[in-house]
Write a new protein. Structure first.
Length: 159
């Protein structure tokens, strides 16, 4: 089940839905083996084959290679996306906004634009906008369910 969906409202609980995103107790993008979320062979020649969530080959490969590119680079920035449902009666899909203000701390995000689009089409009936922003790898966390889905938790110290 995908977790990128959240409904905009006054309440953080309403906004995020029932599932909370992975947090710093999980593994950061720059080391997905931390806290043993993924085994060490994630970074080997079998990593994509063993751990791809099976979305589609191109999307899986793209996300996997983005993760590899930030290994041991906690300050490297990664573009993240989020499908945001329309709540104001608008119909249809809006283009990607570069305004990441709709991406809030604790949100589910994805590192794949295609994954966000597919989520919006399937789970939001095409009635959504995409928000995008750049986040450091050290602030993106996975619980190992899918390497397309991450929790964004900015560090409080700015390190």
């Amino acid at each position: 089940m995908s977790h990128i969906l959240s409904v905009l409202s006054e309440s953080d609980d309403d906004y995020r839905g029932q599932h909370t995103s992975p947090d710093p107790d999980s593994s950061p993008m720059h080391d997905v083996t931390k806290n043993e979320v993924y085994p060490k062979d994630f970074y080997s020649h079998v990593g994509l084959r063993y751990y791809a969530p099976g979305h589609d080959d191109n999307t899986d490969a793209s996300s996997y290679h983005k993760i590899l590119s930030v290994r041991d680079k906690p300050d490297e920035h990664v573009r993240v996306y989020r499908a945001i449902p329309h709540v104001d009666g608008k119909k249809g899909r809006d283009p990607v906004t570069r305004n990441s203000s709709h991406i809030r701390p604790g949100d589910w995000v994805t590192i794949s634009k295609q994954y966000a689009v597919d989520h919006g089409e399937a789970h939001l009936n095409g009635n959504y906008s995409l928000s995008a922003g750049m986040k450091p790898a050290r602030e993106l966390y996975t619980n190992g369910d899918s390497f397309h889905e991450w929790g964004w938790h900015p560090d409080k110290k700015g390190k």
